[in-house]
Design a protein around this ligand. Sequence first.
Ligand code: URA
Length: 241
Amino acid sequence: MSKKQRIDKILSNLGYGSRSELKKFCKNGLVKVNGKVINNPGVQVDVENDEIIFDGEKVTYKEFIYLMLNKPDGYISATFDKRDPIVLDLIDKEDLVFEPFPVGRLDKDTEGLLLITNDGALAHRLLSPKKHVDKCYYAEISGGVTEDDVRVFKERINIGTQEEPEWTMPAELKILEKGTVSRIRLTIREGKFHQVKRMFLAVGKEVVYLKRERMGALVLDEELAPGEYRKLTDSELKSIL
Ligand code: URA
């Protein structure tokens, strides 16, 4: 891997702004490399040996990696498990050197969008209960889902117990197809433990298939078969940074 990269790319990957913002920052003299002001955002910089200063502060370089995985059934969303395969078993060696980890958890039997990164600050922002990043799931539910369920989910529902209630935030439930197994799409704005399954249990129904399709602005690439992954594109990355 080349240690030399464009200065605008380096700084944008580190979260200092978009490539076009960085062009302006360079023009305005905010960027220095080895003591010299760099006005050209295309200048190649050696991230390990050159000293980069942004707006008077030294930039600490860390190579980040951002992967979109279509998690298959049967894998644990963790970096280690004694018994079961983990999602990192699906990642190539050349990407594992960056020590990535899954952002949040999908249940072992849940499929779909899982972001895998080594950017702890981003993971923290996406998972913070204060940020309410919405997550959209496709699910198949045993038992007819009703308009009553739509209404209840839109208000709030207790997924805890009577003694220790745990109320959900308003969630948007769309019925795609009713039947003995109903097909639905559900958007929630929090990420409580087994939340989707517990919401349906609370109305007497069972999730028989669950797949996450979206997390904030990040949408699962339907070209990815379960178990496949790819790097985020620049625009996907921008949308979540
Ligand atoms: N809700 C669940 O019940 N399981 C998941 O894996 C994700 C959300």
